[in-house]
Design a protein around this ligand. Structure first.
Ligand SMILES: [Zn+2]
Ligand SMILES: [Zn+2]
Length: 205
């Protein structure tokens, strides 16, 4: 399995590439900005992008969706509760940040427990509402991609439309903290962590 992450755009949102070594295919998680750089990275590691998976529908995670989708022809996957954010610039918050972003509808709507196969790499979708109604985390091997739900030492904001702090804490406690301490956490912003470190040191949990 290949797992690479890098910050993109003015809000430094982490974009992740999950790839299969054998089949040379990939899923891009959260193409938030800098589409050309994401496409160059795929080319550099010689992976064909099969899926674009969105941890949620906020602008800093979907800003380069149109560009990467168009260039790769990849299928776009989002949780059903965040699906309206793709097509509505007010819902994805871009309307309030200078340039309205509107995308076509997703190709596949996700639900809790869904599996997505990227070549021989199996991804499990965990519905973790609270930051947004359709926020998801992605489990792959011993790793969790946590979007804006769980950060190193912090949790996501819940003051955007559709956010709910108590729901988010419940999502984290019931869906994420069940995994072993050594499970790696790759958030939507900032550095990586582990479930064990978050259990011990995260003041919100
Ligand atoms: Zn967000
Ligand atoms: Zn974000």
């Amino acid at each position: 399995m290949i797992l690479e992450g890098f910050g993109v755009g003015p809000m430094d949102a982490n974009c992740y590439i999950i790839g299969c070594n054998e089949k040379r295919v990939a899923a891009v998680v959260d193409p938030g900005a800098e589409g050309k750089r994401i496409l160059a990275k795929l080319e550099e590691i010689k992976l064909k992008c099969q899926y674009i998976i969105l941890t949620h529908g906020h602008i800093d995670h979907i800003g380069a969706l149109n560009e990467v989708r168009q260039a790769t022809g990849a299928e776009v996957l989002v949780h059903k509760n965040d699906a309206p954010m793709l097509t509505n610039p007010a819902h994805n918050l871009s309307l309030f940040m200078g340039s309205a972003i509107k995308c076509k509808q997703a190709d596949r709507l996700l639900e809790d427990g869904d599996r997505v196969n990227v070549g021989n790499v199996n991804l499990e979708i965990l519905h973790t509402p609270g930051h947004t109604p359709g926020g998801i985390c992605i489990k792959v091997g011993n790793n969790l991609i946590t979007g804006d739900t769980l950060f190193a030492g912090s949790v996501g904001r819940s003051d955007f439309p559709g956010g709910n702090h108590n729901v988010m804490i419940k999502s984290i406690k019931t869906k994420l903290l069940q995994f072993p301490d050594e499970t790696k956490v790759y958030p939507g912003h900032g550095p990586a962590s582990t479930i064990g470190a978050e259990k011990k040191y995260n003041p919100f949990l």
